[in-house]
Design a protein around this ligand. Structure first.
Ligand code: DSN
Length: 424
């Protein structure tokens, strides 16, 4: 069969783009060759609805072993007692958790999207905001950090059945003990969505949410450096406090409800090729080299934040504990949209992002978000960060000057010349 030239030419072009640019989108990373190989394998041919050894299709004896390995490796990596590795994405994982724990119309309390939260944490344009009654907490206007007092106040007032913590654009660690103390006052289940910092939590560089938060979800492709996908985990099983009883009138355990909420609740056949790639990534993340990598991600982010501050940029919360930061451009009189466009012309990829208390729309925004997970995979360390921030600054200060942007692009290509694309 002739190769599909149109598509493979585009894949080649995308590879060139990834190879020659500086990738600073905080939710992206570069997977290893073996993650890529597993994902592109013949496992994609197999249907395996159900769980290992409890499938609705024959011929699952091999994929059962693949999925069991993924589950065991993931549990070991995070010290979890139970895991489901089938969610196709972080959003699917969150949808399954809400389906398992709540009834439509129940109340949830999440981190405001416009302060750095995620669509699936209650945004009105998402299923989570359409099916459940939402309220939100945000960051303190002065400190840029989560306002736990406000969280408690809203929780006591609204009495949500679920409190969701976790973010898409928040650079500080979370106080899970405090959130548990708030949740216990109203009997709420805590869902911690650790999609962004998962790789730093697995390597114990950030607070461990597992003993405080009832259910944990994460994507597998950000700091965890696996294929695109999601997982759900728990360290302690518990009875769902709100109904969902067995035919004998007993409350069902959360693990049973979560498995059922993934399949058949929200998904059909699991993507066993992606699950294999997840297993490979969990294996890689258990190695000492991954801890070294994660420490470097964090170190690079700290240096990057300091370098932005030196050049007069405002960083929400004044710095970072993890891999990312949110730069508020209001003091520089540039919009997030213009910044993203100028940087893309120079082969530096970031995403525009709303900042807390933003007066601009999500299509324009007053800021942009950067993260260091991807550049660190390519071997960039602290010594190169000042140079990268110089290039960003030069592009932003000359955002309408095509000649200067072309110059920056040449310097970007020099900066990444010879750096490998893949981790292993
Ligand atoms: N879109 C992801 C991110 O960029 O953070 C979250 O889903």
């Amino acid at each position: 069969m002739a190769q599909d030239k149109a598509i493979f030419d585009l894949i080649h072009l995308e590879k060139e783009r990834q190879l020659h640019g500086i990738e600073l989108i905080a939710s992206e990373n570069f997977v290893s060759q073996q993650v890529l190989d597993a994902m592109g394998s013949i496992l994609t041919n197999k249907y395996a609805e159900g769980l290992p050894h409890k499938r609705y299709y024959g011929g699952c004896q091999v994929v059962d072993q693949v999925e069991e390995l993924a589950i065991e490796r993931l549990k070991k990596l995070f010290g979890a007692a139970w895991a489901n590795v089938q969610p196709h994405s972080g959003s699917q994982a969150n949808a399954a958790v809400m389906l398992a724990c709540l009834n439509p119309g129940d109340k949830i309390l999440g981190f405001d999207l416009s302060h750095g939260g995620h669509l699936t944490h209650g945004s009105p344009v998402n299923f989570s905001g359409k099916l459940y009654k939402t309220s939100f907490y945000g960051v303190n206007r002065e400190t840029g950090r989560i306002d736990y007092d406000a969280m408690e106040k809203v929780a006591l007032q609204e009495k949500p059945k679920m409190i969701i913590c976790g973010a898409s654009a928040y650079s500080r660690d979370w106080d899970y003990a405090c959130i548990r103390q708030i949740a216990d006052q109203v009997g709420a289940i805590i869902l911690a969505d650790i999609s962004h910092p998962a790789g730093l939590i697995a390597t114990k560089l950030l607070n461990d949410p597992f003993d405080y938060c009832h259910i944990i979800t994460t994507t597998t492709h950000k700091t965890l450096r696996g294929p695109r996908g999601g997982v759900i985990m728990m360290r302690h099983d518990f009875e769902n406090p709100w109904g969902h009883k067995t035919p004998k009138g007993e409350l069902k355990m959360m693990t049973t409800l979560l498995d059922g909420a993934v399949f058949p609740g929200t998904q059909g056949g699991p993507l066993e090729h992606v699950i294999a790639a997840k297993a490979v990534a969990f294996g890689e993340a258990s190695e000492a080299a991954f801890t070294t990598y994660a420490k470097q991600v964090q170190a690079n982010a700290r240096v990057m934040a300091a370098e932005f501050l030196k050049r007069g940029y405002t960083i929400v919360s004044g710095g970072t504990d993890n891999h990312c930061m949110l730069i508020d451009l209001r003091s520089k009189n540039i919009t997030g949209k213009d910044a993203e466009n100028a940087l893309v012309k120079a082969d530096i990829t970031v995403n525009k992002n709303m900042v807390p208390f933003d007066d601009k729309s999500p299509f324009v925004t007053s800021g942009f978000r950067v993260g260091t997970a991807a550049i660190t995979t390519r071997g960039i360390n602290e010594n190169a960060i000042a140079g990268i921030v110089d290039l960003i600054d030069k592009a932003l200060m000359n955002k309408d000057n095509e000649t200067v942007l072309a110059e920056v692009k040449r310097d970007v290509q020099k900066a990444v010349h010879g750096l490998p694309l893949f981790a292993w």
